[in-house]
Design a binder for this molecule. Structure first.
Ligand code: INI
Length: 156
């Protein structure tokens, strides 16, 4: 808006190094989130040579691995991808809330922008909807949010 100083991130991924941390659990879904995230970064000028994909067992392992990646100083941003599906687990609420809390903590503790691309859904159909069909692709959204945060933080 005119006369109002506004800080906005451009969406140019050129020269940025990203780590994508992705769970193997529900890989049928997560592989599509990875494809979406990689495709988004490359379409916005990022290079495949600057991407590192880290595969881990499940969403519960995400915070610790993400913390080590963030502390390494090697990445401008980290995109966390997984799928926690209620129908498939009796400990859904525990896993889902611990992971969200843990990743938020890592983000604030390390000052590294982290995108939260972990689906938490009631069933497989809802997960499929958000992994590259009618609900879009949450991997794309998480990569986009990470990129935007990196570029905003550069200006503050
Ligand atoms: N991990 C997931 O990423 N998604 C799930 O839906 C899930 N379920 O259903 O249990 C899940 N569990 C594994 C968990 O993340 C850990 O890997 C496991 O508990 C070992 O620590």
């Amino acid at each position: 808006m005119h006369h109002i100083k506004t800080i906005e991130g451009n969406l140019d991924a050129k020269g940025l190094k990203f780590a994508i941390v992705a769970a193997r659990f529900n890989d049928f879904i997560v592989d599509r989130l990875i494809n979406g995230a990689v495709d988004y970064i490359v379409r916005n000028g990022g290079s495949r040579d600057d991407l590192t994909i880290v595969r881990i067992s499940g969403a519960f392992e995400m915070p610790l691995v993400t913390k080590k990646l963030a502390r390494s100083g090697a990445y401008d941003g980290i995109v966390c991808l997984g799928a926690v599906i209620r129908g498939a687990t009796p400990h859904f609420d525990f896993v889902a809330s611990e992971v969200a809390k843990g990743i938020a903590q890592v983000c604030l503790d390390t000052d590294v922008p982290i995108g939260f691309g972990i689906l938490t859904t009631d069933n497989l159909e809802q997960a499929i909807e958000r992994a590259g069909s009618k609900g879009g692709n949450k991997g794309v959204d998480a990569a986009a949010a990470t990129l935007e945060s990196i570029r905003v933080l550069e200006q503050i």
